[in-house]
Design a protein around this ligand. Sequence first.
Ligand code: NDP
Ligand code: DXP
Ligand code: MN
Length: 418
Amino acid sequence: MSSPQNPAPQPFPDPSRDGPRRVALIGSTGSIGTQGLDVIAGARDSDGGPRFTVAALAGGSNVDLLARQAVEHRAEAVGAAGASPEALAAAVAAAAEAAGTPDYRPELLTGPDAAATVAGWASADVVLNGITGSIGLAPTLAALRAGHVLALANKESLIVGGALVKDAAAPGQIVPVDSEHSALAQALRSGDPDEVSRLIVTASGGPFRGRTRAELADVTPAQALAHPTWDMGRVVTTNSATLVNKALEVIEAHLLFDIPLERIEPVVHPQSIVHSMVEFVDGSVIAQASPPDMRLPIALGLAWPRRVPGAAAACDFSRAAEWTFEPLDHSTFGAIELAKRAAAASATHMAVYNAANEEAVEAFHAGRIGFLQIVDTVAEIVEAYDAGATVGDELTVASVLAAEDWARNRAHERWGLL
Ligand SMILES: NC(=O)C1=CN([C@@H]2O[C@H](COP(=O)(O)OP(=O)(O)OC[C@H]3O[C@@H](n4cnc5c(N)ncnc54)[C@H](OP(=O)(O)O)[C@@H]3O)[C@@H](O)[C@H]2O)C=CC1
Ligand SMILES: CC(=O)[C@@H](O)[C@H](O)COP(=O)(O)O
Ligand SMILES: [Mn+2]
């Protein structure tokens, strides 16, 4: 995973650098972002000093929260993709005034490149990419090209970028934050790559586990957002309900760990305590277990390869508990098998899959389509896609963006929006 274009230092972060790790946080106002800031605020080094500090923050349109975060953490730069320069400046000035620090003057960035500029911020050591959607691709590439460690929650950027992202990364430069992939990375420390026989990716099964296809026809957005174990943003929660999240995660595991798709097996584990497992060639299975709390993989992502004491609570074995596992119902939830076919079809098929899904999730929440039409639409668009004829066979940022545009337009045409 290295390329001549990427002169990033190794290992990551530079061990000769003293002091706290400086974090650039993309998507700071969201679920991952706010938990990331909790971790940063709470983690101490052995002398009681801060283990992490904030270098720069980026968000979308929630400028009031973003401004308060920037003031609290004394960010050097603040980026807001969805705000005007005047709105961001006013929010930061108001937050600084309210905090009694009116002289605080960070660099302000707005517009579509704001997040990527923050991701490449020179004084950062580690970038936590907690943006939602494939819009996270540019910040992911910017962080890698700047030579920062990338603590990656934004799975979509890896999935749509595929080899583009892998080739931009030096060995060890990407540290997974997604709970399953953090678990796999931890379990993989137990053996050599050639001793791995399978990756077992756990799935909660979502709020509709056990239902038939007919029973899913009329489910509402509110029901789809009632995740049984995790409190997350709207898109990833909806993706958990359709099992698209697990589909993306199987491809994510393949890209991160170079294990063939046929040796990556999703399994339903409704309690979300075992976050994933590695099976080794001698029949041993190593699992990572902890109560569902993203602060653990976020802290490990920021501090990798070290652990952050007290990052999250451990399992309480003084109480009776059940950890159960069951096979996934692929006939009702076809998203995973569809993704495997797409990933095998061409380098840009997963960009089409993800973009069609992002549009379908929006349409579902806008009341334009039903729950079952989310994956049905993705399937129809993926199956109609001819990579060679549409964007060509070369994988570039331009071909990924063109494939995405094609898929989004197809979805909009289908719903009469074009
Ligand atoms: N939440 C979780 O527990 C987990 C999440 N993940 C992954 O992490 C990612 C984030 O998920 P989650 O935190 O739940 O999502 P949220 O919807 O809670 O947060 C998304 C964040 O992205 C920001 N954002 C949107 N557009 C832009 C943009 N153009 N530039 C900069 N920031 C932008 C939003 O800003 P604003 O609100 O200001 O508009 C918000 O801060 C997803 O890829 C998800 O799959 C993975 C595992 C667990
Ligand atoms: C916390 C996390 O990593 C999510 O991606 C989670 O995995 C979603 O739960 P599902 O297993 O229901 O998709
Ligand atoms: Mn996950």
